[in-house]
Design a protein around this ligand. Structure first.
Ligand SMILES: [Zn+2]
Length: 192
């Protein structure tokens, strides 16, 4: 990928000697993913002549020749968009961290002030997933109805959500227990 191009008037071609025909291109090579540049790993300066079409990298030149052309090189280091893919990747990671932190905070708040009617999605002890409904709130405990259906993945919960196949027996869990479940990441969501 070309990132800079400079056409100095003063210099002549190292090959054919033509004046005003030299173009110096800064070229960056990088890793990319689906045409999205992740990061650059190699930068080279290419001296091209539009008269004789010869092309030579600054690194390939002998010392005096390199010295001659080096001062015309535009000192553009790779620009930020050469890291575009990496940048997007980092942003996605940071955003997913923020989002999971916010979800966790919301669950803590809702469990601390648990109210009648709340529905809780959770992971069971046998690593299945289900939902329960809060039907009674006492000082230290909550009365809940467990859903009789379990799903084998988090995403299966949406299927049982509307089945309303709650058990008829109210059982009591302590509020502490619910918060403990949240600490061990077994509560997936709390909502109405
Ligand atoms: Zn030339």
């Amino acid at each position: 990928m070309k990132f800079s191009s400079n056409r100095p008037n003063e210099i002549d071609c190292y090959h054919c000697g033509a004046k005003n025909q030299i173009i110096i291109n800064g070229i960056v090579k990088g890793i990319s993913l689906f045409f999205l540049p992740l990061f650059p790993y190699k930068i080279r300066q290419e001296v091209n002549c539009t008269n004789c079409n010869s092309s030579l990298c600054l690194d390939e030149m002998d010392k005096p020749l390199r010295k001659k052309y080096k001062k015309y090189v535009t000192k553009h280091i790779p620009q930020f968009w050469h890291f575009g893919g990496l940048l997007i990747f980092v942003i996605i990671i940071i955003m997913s961290f923020i989002s999971s932190y916010q979800t966790s905070k919301k669950i803590t708040e809702r469990l601390t002030k648990i109210e009648k009617g709340r529905v809780i999605e959770y992971e069971t002890n046998s690593k299945m997933f289900s939902i329960l409904k809060v039907v009674n709130v006492q000082k230290d405990s909550v009365g809940i109805l467990l859903n009789k259906v379990e799903a084998d993945s988090k995403y299966g919960i949406s299927k049982i959500k509307y089945a309303e196949s709650y058990s008829n027996d109210t059982i009591y869990w302590s509020k502490k227990e619910l918060l403990e479940m949240h600490r061990s990441k077994k509560i997936i969501d709390v909502y109405w």
